[in-house]
Design a protein around this ligand. Structure first.
Ligand SMILES: [Zn+2]
Ligand SMILES: [Zn+2]
Length: 106
């Protein structure tokens, strides 16, 4: 049983990864898929990034990274749990609680 989902108010925050996130590279080598629970709201998240690009292209509104960078040993994963967390900015294209965390690339 996964832990219950926490409907926390939206907040951008960097957290340590929860549990042991799995990183799988697609058969054609073009994608990484990261699977693991959100350390903040505990929703199971599945996150896909293009190989060779760090972070999602849609992360720009957050202003944390202005340009994609090559993978440097970890993938920045955003919560995309899909639950209606309160206080989420309406311009946010994300569907999660605002948490993000680094997952090491094997
Ligand atoms: Zn959530
Ligand atoms: Zn979350």
């Amino acid at each position: 049983m996964p832990p219950a989902h926490d409907l926390t108010p939206f907040r951008e925050q960097e957290l340590a990864p929860a549990g042991n996130p799995a990183v799988v590279r697609s058969a054609d080598g073009r994608w990484y898929t990261v699977t693991g629970p959100c350390p903040n709201c505990h929703a199971n998240s599945v996150f896909r990034v293009a190989y060779g690009v760090l972070g999602p292209y849609k992360g720009r509104w957050l202003g944390r990274r202005s340009e994609p960078e090559p993978h440097s040993g970890s993938i920045l994963v955003y919560c995309q749990c899909g639950f209606p967390h309160p206080d989420r900015p309406s311009e946010s294209p994300d569907t999660g609680c605002g948490a993000f965390w680094d997952v090491p690339v094997p």
